[in-house]
Design a protein. Structure first.
Length: 45
């Protein structure tokens, strides 16, 4: 039971960090254009 006092805050911290990183990437435009990069490699001259 004592391990829960250790694991729950760590889990909340890691999931909060992942959420913040995801929101930051969305805000910075990382997911704006997901179609062009795969096509660009095919059309390279």
């Amino acid at each position: 039971m004592e391990v829960l006092y250790f694991m729950i805050p760590i889990t909340l911290l890691l999931s909060g960090t992942a959420l913040i990183a995801c929101l930051w990437a969305i805000k910075k435009g990382q997911y704006d254009d997901i179609d062009t990069p795969p096509e660009r490699i095919l059309n390279e001259d």
